[in-house]
Design a protein around this ligand. Structure first.
Ligand SMILES: Nc1ncnc2c1ncn2[C@@H]1O[C@H](COP(=O)(O)OP(=O)(O)OP(=O)(O)O)[C@@H](O)[C@H]1O
Length: 384
């Protein structure tokens, strides 16, 4: 798939901008702070309804404006659809496809798929477990958009359950209000187990599918590495036993929640479930004899290679699903040495569409020659 036309209104620094795009490589080049990333961030937002740079929508709307609009014509298998999202911070976003409103903006997710490489990717390796959970869940939802509903149901259940746990902890022991809250808690335990198990089953399946691609991608980007050196493993917050399907996992999760009830009430938070899990990243050394976690042990270069490998693996997996996602390389070349630059360029050069941003045109490897735009002073002009 590729975006053939992008229009922004009051998105980030742009009051209004229109850009014609084609398949192949397009590079946006310009000095720092001119709005290059804002353009590719808009395409990524359409894909996931969230940004790779900020957690909330407010910064996406131009300062002083009330709402932002991102519209893109997306060509897939020769057919064009016009996707549009109106970003209304603090209120519901609205989405349209070919001018027809969707019942919920969420239904837009997955209609355009992006894989973004950016300097922020280092947080996948060095950041908190929440960064890695977000990585998994974003990929899950791109592959199976219905899981966006499961993900938001789980977040809602978790919030309600945590507030109930706090109420129970604050109530007088044995009081009628505490008894009533405990009875309600049983309902939220079931909800947590049901939605949590569905999310967990999907993550376990994803990690199993992604793992071979991570090994292969790491071998390609890291000098001298072997195919099995980079490994990923899902680390759940409780003992799964033999369970792998949603029903079996729900049973296990419910049993664990009941076992930890006292702790949860004391601390006023839910202590087990997919919100406490992590994706463990390890590197094998010395021909596989020693395996060390990447976080806290790997060098800066190894960490970068692992982050790149996670993104490349996502790209390969989405491609194996039969759909060529749009690749976004946001400011990554300045971070990489010449050899890694060339390797990355070679790996992505045959993607249907690659959008690149760079402050210095010379940083874009020759293998990625294509259309070039200069971004300056709020304008996006095609060179040549
Ligand atoms: N909501 C907003 N309203 C107005 N301006 C904004 C908003 N959000 C960001 N900007 C401006 O957009 C500019 C940053 O744009 P962008 O991140 O696209 O830069 P860039 O060209 O990619 O730069 P670099 O090469 O440094 O990464 C900054 O000047 C910032 O102040």
């Amino acid at each position: 798939m590729h975006v053939s036309h992008l229009t922004l209104h009051d998105f980030r620094s742009y009051a209004s901008v229109d850009v014609e795009l084609g398949p192949g490589v397009t590079a946006f080049v310009g000095r720092n702070g001119q709005g290059k990333t804002n353009l590719v961030e808009a395409v990524d937002y359409l894909s996931r309804l969230s940004s790779h740079r900020v957690a909330s929508d407010a910064p996406l709307v131009r300062a002083g404006a009330e709402k932002a609009v991102v519209r893109a014509a997306v060509v897939r298998d020769g057919r064009t659809a016009v996707l549009e999202v109106e970003i209304n911070p603090g209120r519901s976003n609205r989405a349209r496809v070919n001018r027809s409103p969707l019942p919920r903006a969420r239904e837009l997710v997955g209609l355009v798929r992006t894989v973004v490489f950016s300097p922020e990717d280092l947080t996948l390796v060095k950041g908190d477990p929440s960064d890695r959970r977000r990585f998994l869940d974003d990929l899950l939802v791109l592959r199976a958009p219905r899981l966006a509903g499961v993900r938001s149901d789980y977040d809602r259940v978790l919030k309600q359950r945590n507030s109930l746990l706090k109420t129970i902890g604050a109530a007088r022991r044995g009081s009628s209000s505490q008894e009533a809250a405990l009875a309600t808690l049983a309902v939220w335990d079931e909800n947590l187990a049901r939605t949590g198990a569905e999310l967990l089953a999907a993550r376990l399946d994803l990690v199993e599918r992604l793992a071979p691609y991570v090994g292969k991608a790491y071998e390609t980007v890291a000098r001298g590495a072997g195919r099995d050196d980079a490994r990923i493993a899902y680390r759940p917050s409780f003992e799964l036993g033999e369970a792998r399907d949603a029903a079996g996992l729900a049973e296990r999760l419910l049993a664990e929640v009941e076992r930890r009830r006292g702790d949860e009430i004391d601390r006023g938070i839910s202590l087990v479930g997919p919100h406490r899990d992590d994706l463990l990243l390890t590197l094998a050394h010395g021909g596989g004899e020693q395996e060390l976690p990447v976080k806290g042990y790997a060098s800066h270069g190894e960490s970068w290679s692992f982050a790149l490998a996670l993104r490349l693996a996502s790209y390969d997996l989405l491609r194996a699903d039969g759909d060529d996602p749009i690749l976004v390389l946001d400011d990554v070349f300045a971070e990489l040495d010449a050899e890694r630059r060339a390797q990355l360029a070679e790996l992505v050069a045959d993607a249907e569409q690659v959008l690149v941003t760079a402050a210095v045109g010379a940083d874009v490897p020759e293998a990625l020659a294509g259309a070039r735009f200069t971004v300056a002073g709020g304008e996006v002009r095609r060179d040549g």
